[in-house]
Design a protein around this ligand. Structure first.
Ligand code: SF4
Ligand code: SF4
Length: 382
């Protein structure tokens, strides 16, 4: 008989610190307590989602009240060695991003220092399926156990970003773009992510789903209240529960599908035990804006493979501030999005970047990094 993966689903209707702390305490208690996941002497790394410098209410990053609830609970239990860190997607210091997102202020109050995410080291994963070498942040290697503080959001490449995808922030900054270039489609990128999760074996995954992001995620979507905190030691079961809450078939999500195939966790309903609630459907939102297209087997598959009518990033000129973040983020060596030479726009100086879709690998890093929600992903004829 298969041992079921436990997922605590705890209602939490606002970011009131008292309510968030109560939800975290309840979830951890239902799962048996912190000691089930990390020894009291171990050095813990708290890994929030610090994708970019976005206002807290935009739902781009893990909310500081969730970080605080976890920090407080760990300190109360007696954990002394705690650090935090993430490798944001844009150039710039982790500390500045953490400061902007409200995480640094909380960390300072709880005497939780920033781990070294400014240096990387190559690590071999000999039991790999697709990826043998990872360039990991030094702070990850210096820790004994990762506590993954992920955010419930949509993602243009993988449909969702939850527990499995958030671990990608352990890869040293400059190498994340290279990984996109090496694994250019959703399936191979997901396989790499699952290998990374199997290598790092985060002990616990806590998902901030009090306010999630739907639509044009993971940075440009719309905040939507889900009113939940989800906790599990199985990142696949956690992400599958996210899928069921938003009426998305879990096996359409490559990180979930390959998560089970490679042995990271389990996604099937009968293999997951939900704790804390009676019926998941009472807390779900079937209208949550996320891609439910069956691209792997469905009518669009052939078009996607041929790159005809494939989903493409498109710039909404009126929103573009010509900052160049999309150009910097593009992992293709000759840049599939770039500022055109010899083109001027009256009164605006620099022109809006343009795409060369023949070079574009559809990784959507440009869309992820645009600070102005100026890039949307659309089905568009070449
Ligand atoms: S599309 Fe976005 S990232 Fe690119 S230049 Fe315009 S505002 Fe900046
Ligand atoms: S243009 Fe955008 S989607 Fe295309 S390869 Fe570059 S970053 Fe990826």
């Amino acid at each position: 008989m298969v041992l079921k993966s436990k997922v605590a689903v705890i209602p939490c209707d606002s970011y009131d610190q008292g309510k968030v702390s109560e939800a975290i305490e309840k979830g951890i208690s239902l799962l048996g307590g912190w000691e089930c996941f990390a020894g009291i002497e171990e050095k813990l790394l708290l890994k929030p989602n610090l994708l970019n410098r976005a206002d807290v209410d935009k739902a781009v990053t893990t909310h500081p009240t969730v970080f605080e609830a976890v920090a407080k609970s760990l300190r109360k239990t007696g954990y002394e060695a705690i650090v935090y860190g993430d490798s944001p997607g844009h150039p710039g210091s982790v500390e500045k991003t953490a400061e902007f997102c409200g995480i640094k202020e909380v960390a300072d109050r709880f005497n939780i220092t920033l781990a070294d995410f400014s240096h990387g080291k190559t690590v071999e994963y000999t039991r790999n399926r697709v990826t043998r070498k990872f360039e990991l942040c030094q702070g990850v290697l210096d820790s004994d156990a990762i506590i993954n503080l992920c955010k419930m959001k949509t993602h243009q490449l993988e449909r969702i970003t939850g527990a499995v995808k958030n671990i990608f922030g352990c890869v040293y900054g400059l190498n994340k773009g290279a990984a996109h270039a090496k694994y250019p489609d959703a399936e191979s990128f997901a396989q790499m992510l699952v290998d990374l999760n199997l290598l790092l074996k985060a002990r616990l995954h806590i998902m901030d789903a009090v306010v999630a992001m739907e639509g044009n995620g993971p940075a440009s979507g719309n905040p939507i209240k889900m009113g939940l905190i989800l906790i599990s030691s199985d990142p696949v079961a956690l992400d599958a529960t996210f899928c069921r809450l938003v009426d998305l078939d879990p096996k359409l999500v490559p990180t979930v599908y390959y998560g089970q195939v490679f042995g990271l966790g389990q996604w099937k309903e009968e293999e997951i035990e939900l704790l804390g609630i009676e019926n998941l459907s009472d807390y779900g939102n079937p209208n949550f804006d996320v891609s439910r297209e069956k691209t792997t087997h469905g009518k669009w598959a052939v078009f996607d493979k041929l790159k005809v009518l494939a989903r493409k990033p498109v710039i909404v000129n009126s929103r573009c501030i010509r900052c160049g973040a999309c150009v910097a983020a593009c992992p293709v060596e000759e840049k599939a999005v770039f500022f055109p030479e010899n083109r001027k726009e009256s009164g605006k100086g620099k022109p809006v970047p343009i795409y060369d879709y023949r070079k574009c690998i559809r990784c959507y890093c440009c869309q992820e990094m645009c600070p102005e929600k100026a890039i949307v992903v659309k089905r568009k004829l070449l």
